[in-house]
Design a protein around this ligand. Structure first.
Ligand SMILES: [Zn+2]
Length: 1034
């Protein structure tokens, strides 16, 4: 782009000046004349491989190369365009049909006008980004044509002409020019008959009419697609909401309140009468939303469909607080959308109001509870959504509700409405119009939401593509990656081109005179080793320790020098900044950087020289820091240990070599460091984690691969020194860059976050949780023990962790220094420096540290650029915080999926006569609702909802299908005590208390875990992990 604008002088004939003159009067009344010059050129190529004119005039880059031509000389066509065609879409066509343009079966050889690209950017940034990605891929042959700079296609706006009309005219002008140009360029040659049709795609009727007048071929997206082979499938992918709006308005039935105008909302927010925040939805109750706003200590509850007023989880909304007499306590009930709205008809809105009778009932019971026997319950402020500032809609993975395809399935390929149930339970079902209702049942599919109008109970969207059959590994893995927005496509060529040309043959230069050694310290003599999980290939860090003559120790942490290989702003750097992090799934790793770097050239493998970035301290035997030093270095790691190997070696008294001694020194120092951290109030947090060992895939029970993570002393050895390195580096970069240092903070959670847990512990165990400081919290968590229930402490730590906010990357200038604090680590300042292979933040921090110590590298320039401006860094922080969170979710979901599959495999092997008896395990009650409980099963690291029908009453047997058990629910009676957190369940009419089951919070319960398949009806074919409660231990 740059070169096109700059180098018009290369061909004097090509340059042409068109000046635009504007006249405006200034405040003082003077008239000012503004002249803007536009250099119009004739050397901007058409980029068609058929053309014989453009290759001679196209501008070359500094090396004399001309960009390869994009558009095929034999483009595909349709019955109406037997010679093939080039497509010229206008902005609306892209707005309505981006999914189509991304298809692999159609939409090749597309000319994108610069005018259209810019207009799209103004209208929708996500679509703009997708289009840019398409232009970048070689495969689809999308050509970005700089029509505004080319003499013949530049269009000046006429007086009285709207911008829209002018842009439409620009599209038609380009189409006409291409047609004439290609004819001229092939005249009297063999290619004369190969000139393709130029087809404008537009959904604007007026534009189509004018095109006809001007002899330009133009079609609506719909009409064009109808002529394609696979039209049924493709037609589903057009966003129909625009058209639909016009036809629907007439029905006049409006379910939802109108949104306030933007100015009314902004005035209200400024005045403090309205509040702005992000809309969250409870994972247990789809009718309960909440919004955190600074003005209230507790989240504001948004109850019911009418109050949430078409907001979807993640949207930025404006809310109005309801009067105090309408304040309520949060939900004590599990409410599933699937169950409540089961019989809704996707084709017609019934005349019920927006809140159906069933939904009203589900909520009414809440109110009863809040005012009932436990009326001193803790009511929370409630609010309603009055407008949306920003939609956070994305593509959603889901499956078609088989119940919604109706009976018309076999009536040919008519369009029908179906409901798609998103995988994310917090997102409402989506009404999708499709011609393939029947085929889509049983498939994992990708859909988008196009609109949610006032007259529609559900949002409407369209089908994008199928990922494959439900529950197949390929479909579910892709579903997971899409759902968590993981960038999993292979690295494009432009990225791979940034790798060192020597490939795996790259070596640290032998001669110290080589420029690669510039500014590096030679640390090859040090006895450095790495300690990692078994099988680790991307080794980010290595360590050493040795005694100093003065009785102190020298300790070094050496980190892979990734920033040597990844230069700022090249395609590899940009790709890594978008990916943000490596994502670890059970049997798949989606790398942030190409393998060549991650597992070889950067990886601090043993017995080979590597570039590193080292932090070296002098510490006293009591682990007091005397000094810290930072340097780029060359190291030679002596060994890559697993945690277990390192532990064994340290523990073996016969090992007296220097390497083992240095590990013992490290271990000793790490213990002192750890104690100091704990004394300062660092928290020992817990999250439910299991590890899957897939390497031992002998025949046997697949469940044996599921292991809980064991902590060895060597784990914490590495951890302590990484924390120390991160803290030391954080201070260094902050002092060098007080505005732009990239840091990481963990905000102190507000005490009211712990209110519920504090109350629960006091009620159930007579324990006190002191949340006045992290130190107080750490101490009181240590006291949360139950002799009879060793897991209790971990359970409380898991629950306490959930009361906290998550840690985040930020730019030093964005917060006051007092807010830099990392609450969980009890450190006043923190950053990430130690994992640059798999985290982008660390890579940036490396650049900042290099700059802070005056390291100039091979070309001095690169380092400075990496430090960047605050604005740009804040964008990066936003993205990597988002990617980081999603990577965690994806990892967890992957384990859950694996456990489900392992249970399924086991049941197929163990079941007798098709009946799976499941596996018995211990579970712990994490939450109690009035119609079920949430149980955590540590063995598998999973938590699940146990509904009333899944309580096994005395005398009942395990078997029974999902459907059979569901019918039990109506025969169950319950007694729920929200103050005591207990739930008693029995069979209707059964008076004998011995025939009931009572469970309470924190209790250890015997559970039966199995993988079951939903049979008929809605979830058809969908598997889930079922947890049955078999009884309880006090
Ligand atoms: Zn040409």
């Amino acid at each position: 782009m740059k070169s096109l604008r700059r180098d018009f002088s290369s061909n004097p004939q090509a340059a042409n000046v068109s000046s635009k003159v504007f006249v405006r009067s200034t405040k003082s009344g003077k008239v000012q004349k503004i002249v803007r010059e536009l250099y119009l050129r004739q050397d901007i190529p058409c980029s068609s491989k058929l053309c014989s004119i453009c290759p001679a005039t196209a501008p070359a880059d500094a090396n004399g190369n001309i960009a390869p031509f994009v558009l095929s000389d034999r483009p595909a066509g349709t019955a109406s365009f037997p010679r093939g065609h080039y497509l010229v879409p206008d902005t609306n066509a892209l707005l309505n049909g981006m999914d189509l343009f991304e298809q692999t079966g159609a939409f090749y050889d597309v000319i994108i006008l610069q005018t259209v690209l810019e207009e799209l950017k103004n209208q929708s940034l996500p679509l703009y980004n997708r289009l840019v990605a398409l232009i970048k891929t070689d495969e689809k042959r999308f050509y970005l044509f700089f029509n505004e700079f080319r003499l013949e296609t530049h269009v000046r706006r006429n007086p009285e002409e709207s911008i829209n009309d002018r842009n439409d005219r620009a599209v038609r002008t380009v189409a006409r020019w291409y047609d004439e140009h290609l004819r001229a360029a092939t005249r009297h040659t063999k290619r004369e008959k190969m000139v393709p049709s130029i087809v404008v795609i537009t959904d604007d009727k007026e534009n189509i009419r004018k095109a006809k007048e001007e002899n330009v071929t133009a079609l609506s997206l719909q009409n064009y697609v109808a002529g394609l082979e696979d039209s049924d499938r493709l037609l589903d992918m057009i966003n129909e909401s625009r058209e639909a709006k016009e036809t629907k308005g007439a029905r006049g039935e409006l379910f939802y309140p109108e949104y306030y105008s933007m100015s009314k909302m902004m005035t209200g927010v400024r005045a403090g009468t309205l509040h702005q925040g992000i809309f969250n939805v409870s994972p247990y109750n789809y009718l309960e939303g909440s919004v955190n706003v600074p003005a209230f200590g507790k989240p504001l509850l948004i109850l019911g469909r009418d109050n949430s007023n078409r907001a979807i989880a993640g949207d930025v909304v404006v809310i109005e607080v309801l009067p105090k007499d309408q304040w309520k306590s949060p939900s004590t009930k599990i409410v599933d959308e699937e169950a409540v709205t089961k019989n809704d008809n996707p084709d017609a809105e019934d005349n019920e109001e927006v809140v159906t009778e069933r939904e009203r009932k589900a909520l009414q019971e809440e109110v009863k509870k809040a005012h009932g026997k436990n009326s001193e319950g803790r009511p929370q402020p409630t609010a309603k959504v009055v407008g949306i500032i920003k939609r956070n809609w994305r593509q959603y993975v889901g499956h078609v509700d088989s119940g919604s395809t109706g009976t018309q399935v076999n009536s040919g390929r008519r369009q029908q409405n179906v409901f798609v149930l998103p995988m994310d339970k917090r997102v409402p079902k989506i009404r999708v119009r499709t011609r393939q209702g029947a085929e889509l049942v049983g498939q994992r599919i990708l859909v988008t939401i196009d609109a949610w109008d006032r007259d529609s109970r559900y949002p409407t969207g369209h089908f994008v593509r199928s990922l494959g059959e439900l529950e197949t590994k390929g479909a579910e893995t892709e579903a997971l990656l899409l759902e968590y927005d993981v960038q999993y496509k292979p690295f494009p060529k432009a990225v791979l081109d940034c790798l060192p040309s020597e490939g795996h043959g790259w070596k640290v230069p032998a001669s110290k005179d080589d420029i690669g050694w510039k500014g590096r310290r030679d640390l090859r003599d040090l006895l450095i080793c790495s300690i990692d999980p078994p099988g680790c290939q991307d080794i980010d860090d290595a360590l050493h320790a040795r005694p100093l003559p003065n009785g102190n120790f020298e300790v070094g942490v050496h980190i892979a020098d990734v920033s040597h290989f990844v230069k700022p702003n090249n395609p590899m750097d940009l790709e890594a900044s978008v990916r943000g992090t490596t994502v670890y799934l059970v049997d798949k790793r989606i790398d942030m950087l190409p393998m060549l770097l991650g597992t070889d050239l950067c990886s601090l493998k043993p017995h080979v020289e590597r570039y590193a970035f080292s932090v070296i301290w002098e510490v006293t035997p009591n682990a007091e820091i005397v000094s810290a030093d930072f340097t780029k270095s060359v190291i030679f790691s002596r060994e890559a240990f697993s945690y277990e190997q390192a532990q064994k070696r340290i523990d073996d008294p016969s090992q007296k070599d220097e390497l083992t001694q240095s590990m013992r020194t490290l271990l000793h120092l790490s213990k002192v460091l750890r104690q100091k951290r704990m004394d300062a109030g660092a928290l020992n947090l817990a999250s439910p984690e299991v590890r899957i060992e897939t390497d031992n895939d002998e025949v046997g029970d697949p469940l044996t691969d599921v292991k809980t993570k064991a902590m060895l002393a060597t784990n914490s050895l590495v951890e302590e020194f990484m924390l120390l390195a991160n803290i030391t580096v954080a201070s260094k970069i902050y002092s060098a860059f007080p505005q732009t240092a990239m840091l990481r903070r963990h905000a102190t959670p507000p005490p009211q976050n712990f209110e519920e847990l504090t109350n629960q512990l006091a009620k159930k165990r007579n324990l006190e949780l002191d949340v006045s400081s992290s130190k107080a919290l750490a101490d009181s968590l240590d006291h949360c023990v139950d002799e009879a229930n060793p897991f209790f402490n971990t359970l409380v730590r898991i629950l306490a962790t959930r009361c906290m906010t998550s840690a985040e990357y930020f730019c030093a200038g964005a917060h006051a220094e007092s807010e830099f604090r990392h609450y969980g680590l009890a450190s006043p300042i923190y950053t990430h420096f130690t994992s640059p292979i798999r985290r982008y933040a660390d890579l940036l921090v490396h650049r900042q540290l290099a700059s802070a110590i005056g390291y100039e590298g091979e070309d001095g320039r690169a380092v400075i650029e990496g430090v960047s401006t605050r604005n740009k860094l804040e964008d990066i922080c936003r993205n990597i915080n988002y990617r980081h969170r999603n990577a965690q979710f994806a990892g967890r979901a992957s384990i859950e999926y694996y456990v489900g599959q392992a249970l399924k495999a086991r049941s197929e092997k163990m079941s007798v006569g098709g009946v799976d008896s499941g596996i018995e395990e211990q579970g712990y009650v994490m939450r109690v609702f009035e119609n079920g409980v949430v149980v955590f099963v540590p063995r598998f690291g999973i938590e699940g909802v146990v509904r009333l029908e899944d309580f096994l009453l005395p005398g009942e047997s395990v078997g029974g299908s999902v459907e059979e058990r569901k019918t039990l629910a109506v025969r169950r009676e319950t007694d729920f005590d929200s103050e005591e957190y207990t739930l008693r369940v029995w069979e209707k009419g059964q008076a004998d208390p011995n025939r009931s089951v009572t469970v309470e919070l924190f209790q250890k319960v015997q559970v039966n875990v199995s993988s079951v398949k939903e049979e008929g009806g809605r979830g058809a074919g969908k598997r889930k992990v079922r947890i049955l409660i078999m009884g309880s231990e006090k």
